[in-house]
Design a protein around this ligand. Sequence first.
Ligand code: NCD
Length: 320
Amino acid sequence: MSLQIDADGRLRHLLTIDGIPKRNLTEILDQADALRSVALRGNKKLPLLRGRTVCNLFFEPSTRTRTTFELAAERLSADVINIDIGSSSTSKGESLLDTLATLEAMHCDLFVVRHPDSGAAHFIAEHAKEGVAVLNAGDGRHAHPTQALLDAYTIRRHKPHFETLTVALVGDLLHSRVARSGLTCLGTLGIGELRAIGPRTLLPPTLDELGVRVFTDFNQGIADCDVVIMLRLQKERMRGALVPSESEYFKRYGLTEERLGRAKPDAIVMHPGPMNRGVEIASEVADGPQSVILEQVSNGLAVRMAVMSQILGAAVKEAT
Ligand code: NCD
């Protein structure tokens, strides 16, 4: 039995998209649809997680992911604890397992974990008490499963016929947990063609095995794409200079209006944030009519509500 899926095929933890069947992924997207409409109502709260406790454990800075997880848990009526690691005992040398045990003693039902080390969420899930769930909110360069799901959801809202689509991920794929989870998620959901575009130094060598078409020339790679997902240059994870100057990078791999003109006329532009304007994306494109970047943030809320409901076994369909 896998750590993530129980004997009845239900999601127990969400640590990575790898190994999660299409059926579970699609169910999350369908539930996000139901929950998204709740966010448009006057009363935005649902009682689905009333009496449950969600602990956001963030060992790395985060704006969008942290706030949407917090809001998602509150919208579902859970009690929410936010642990700021800078001011917790971990910075005094307490081990991860001691921190976990302390929080478990407060009877948390779900840990949402962001950590700079790849595998941290998995480690916590293996050591968590029976009945305590773990949701990975980004671990090192490894995985960011809810970002992958919210990206797939955003694409589905605009372009539901996945098998006909060409989707390109552009930039620093090597250091990107968003790219790793995104490619697996979109592949499992049946996207017609997946492309990776970037300098050789920022493309992982395993892309071919995933059936991804690799381009080092942006103008060629973007031709006739339906969806263009831009990625941030993850300088904090780079050892040594992997790219020339930022202005040189922008010349070759920055998304400008002119370059976007080579994609399909109705192509959408995405970015997980935080964006480096003028490095990977021009402001006219980021704020332009084809950008769905802020929609991604709103959709993140619905998708995170859906994942938390699934993991904690709440019945979304009956409640919405
Ligand atoms: C991403 C992350 O943290 O991996 N951001 C996010 O979750 N919205 C992407 C990034 O930091 O570039």
